[in-house]
Ligand binder design. Structure first.
Ligand code: MN3
Length: 234
């Protein structure tokens, strides 16, 4: 088990822990699409709980100190649904925060990304309609992803509950949107399609998607969760 240089401090062991990444913007930066109150609970309660439980379960499984991507993969391989649910949700939420930008700073599809959207969906408006339709039709909790597939085409996919594309070498996520009711209910009530439309038009981070696409095309790793760091824990 990894230890700090001192190993122990005040009777508590130092462990290498997954940390809750801070939001990359202010709590009110995504309003009115996502209110400060939604973001405060979503990040500070929901996401924080997934991180906490991931650390507890990873430690119990001897995965203390592993990167989050590795924990997700090992949990999936071991069919450890309890750990997979927590770890994948921790990863999905961190990726989701990066998938958004404050209104006015979100950019628009340009260049290669725009060309690929046109090739895969017809045009941007048809892409948006497909995103709202697929995300709106997804039954229950989950996520919608814009993916680059192994053939070099863009496609939309939804996953249930904590599911994510990390297990597939054939798909590379460009962005995701949370379809769980806690993501939109305070602001949009049951109107998930309305939330998805506002999300695409207002806060979808096209600059992040462009960066992911570039990394994928260069054969590099995409966005990774911040490395685990030393923390004091019981
Ligand atoms: Mn969520």
């Amino acid at each position: 088990m990894p230890r700090s240089g001192t190993g122990r401090s005040g009777g508590r062991c130092a462990h290498v822990m997954i940390t809750l990444p801070p939001l990359p913007y202010d709590l009110n930066a995504l309003a009115p699409t996502i209110s400060a109150r939604t973001l405060e609970f979503h990040h500070g309660k929901h996401h924080a709980a997934y991180v906490k439980k991931t650390n507890e379960l990873a430690k119990a499984r001897g995965l203390d100190g592993a990167r989050l991507e590795e924990i997700v993969r090992k949990a999936a391989e071991a069919e450890d649904q309890a750990l997979f649910n927590q770890a994948a949700q921790a990863w999905n939420h961190a990726f989701f925060w990066e998938s958004m930008a404050p209104a006015g700073q979100a950019g628009a599809p340009e260049g290669t990304l725009l060309d690929m959207i046109a090739r895969s969906f017809g045009d941007v408006e048809r892409f948006k309609a497909a995103f709202v339709q697929e995300g709106g039709a997804h039954f229950g909790s989950g996520w919608i992803w814009l993916l680059l597939d192994g053939a070099g085409a863009l496609k939309l996919a939804t996953t249930h509950d904590a599911g994510n594309p990390l297990m597939s070498a054939q798909t590379f996520p460009l962005f995701t949107c949370d379809l769980w009711e806690h993501a939109y209910y305070l602001d949009h009530q049951n109107d998930r399609p309305g939330f998805l439309k506002a999300w695409l038009d207002g806060v979808c981070n096209w600059q992040f998607a462009t960066r992911q696409l570039t990394l994928a095309r260069e054969g590099k790793n995409g966005w990774r969760h911040p490395a685990p760091s030393m923390a004091l824990a019981d």
